[in-house]
Ligand binder design. Structure first.
Ligand code: CO
Length: 160
């Protein structure tokens, strides 16, 4: 396993639509292993393949219970709303206020290619929306109500 370099905002790769994963092979598993390791090291909640320079539809999310791998994910149901703070590993130090669904049901494939469904609330629902958006070249900043001010960021850091 190896850490991958995280692509930062400004790189046009983050604005491109990713292609579906077609081969469930060792190369994919190595990539997923690297992404899980890179996410753990970053302290973030989610990491999408384009953020490590790979234009394929996969991402990893860990909201505290271990990493979940999503290959070719799509949202098939949403419910409710939550107005939350959000950031992105590709936009370090920046956070915005955004409205996301409170509940999300997703369909995706695992690393073997098996189809799965997963339902999530709150942070997991938010993370699924954020990471799946990356696969269509959409950054959270294009969906925020507003970004946090310097003062709000300072308060946030003090609370940590
Ligand atoms: Co992100």
């Amino acid at each position: 396993m190896a850490l991958r370099k995280i692509v930062k905002e400004g790189d046009p790769i983050l604005l491109k639509k990713c292609r579906p994963v077609e081969k469930f092979d060792q190369k994919l598993w190595d990539l997923l292993d690297d992404m899980v390791e890179t996410l753990a090291e970053s302290g973030g909640v989610g990491l999408a393949a384009p953020q490590v320079g790979i234009m394929r539809r996969l991402c990893v999310i860990d909201v505290g219970g271990g990493a979940i791998e999503f290959v070719n994910p799509e949202i098939i149901e949403t419910e409710g709303e939550q107005r939350v703070q959000e950031g992105c590993l590709s936009c370090p130090g920046e956070f915005g206020i955004i409205t996301r669904p409170m509940h999300v049901k997703a369909r995706f494939q695992d690393r073997e290619g098996n189809f799965c469904e997963l339902e999530g609330d709150e942070l997991l629902a938010q993370a699924m929306c954020h990471e799946f958006d990356h696969l269509d070249g959409i950054l959270f900043k294009t969906k925020v109500e507003r970004m946090l001010t310097e003062e709000e960021l300072r308060e946030m850091r003090e609370e940590e």
